[in-house]
Design a protein around this ligand. Structure first.
Ligand SMILES: Nc1ncnc2c1ncn2[C@@H]1O[C@H](COP(=O)(O)OP(=O)(O)OP(=O)(O)O)[C@@H](O)[C@H]1O
Length: 201
């Protein structure tokens, strides 16, 4: 089973974070705006400098070039990046189909990226990350741009894929109802520390 280990990680205001995350388990992170949730995800993805050690199974983060690390430890930011004109050009090889839960018609791969709404971009960015089969998914508010009807549908799909692919998942969420539905563990950022939240989230 995949394990991601954080030992004495300090990034921004956060200090000395120790965490062990296991495949197939969803760990939610919450905390006030600006408390450092995205910054912690970026540190784990080797996108921001930090102190302390991050290790994926036996591989220390520093022993692998950043782009190769991120193939395994993949972050899906709230605002995803798109670099080609057509949606399908971001998927190599093109997927056989798009899961129904994401709510797209069959021709979505032929759509120009410029027509995508923020919610469509977010759903396609999640799909793009999952088809690349990383070992770790760092999800920054993955349903932030979705309407009520889609939130639970996308959540359920994500949850099923995470279990099926045994992914290690850190999921930043603000909505306590969502945390209740998806989290196996929940930590809140409080000042410079991560605080475990037990029972009723
Ligand atoms: N590269 C950086 N250098 C210096 N400060 C930064 C950097 N990136 C983020 N910050 C600051 O660190 C703090 C935490 O930012 P972060 O984006 O992690 O917050 P967040 O908890 O994800 O907030 P939100 O819920 O609003 O997205 C903020 O005050 C931000 O301005």
């Amino acid at each position: 089973m995949t394990t991601l280990t954080l030992e004495q990680v300090s990034a921004g205001a956060l200090e000395g974070v120790n965490l062990e995350l296991r495949g197939g388990e969803i760990v939610c992170l919450s905390g006030p705006s600006g408390s450092g949730k995205s910054r912690l995800l970026r540190a784990i993805a080797d996108l921001d400098p930090h102190e302390g050690a991050v290790q994926l199974d036996d591989t220390p983060q520093g022993s692998v070039p950043g782009h190769l690390w991120r193939q395994q430890v993949m972050m899906v930011p709230v605002d995803s990046q798109w670099w080609s004109e057509q949606v399908g050009e971001h998927f190599q090889p093109p997927p056989v189909g798009v899961p129904d839960a994401l709510g797209f018609p069959a021709d979505v791969m032929a759509w120009p990226v410029s027509r995508l709404s923020s919610g469509e971009r977010q759903r396609l960015a999640l799909f793009r990350a999952l088809v690349r089969q990383p070992k770790v998914l760092l999800l920054d508010e993955p349903t932030a741009n979705l309407d009520e009807a889609l939130i639970e549908q996308v959540e359920a799909w994500l949850k099923a894929e995470i279990r099926r692919q045994n992914l290690v998942v850190l999921w930043v969420a603000h909505d306590s109802a969502q945390i209740q539905r998806v989290a196996d563990r929940h930590y809140r950022l409080a000042g410079s520390q991560l605080e475990a939240v037990h029972g009723n989230h």
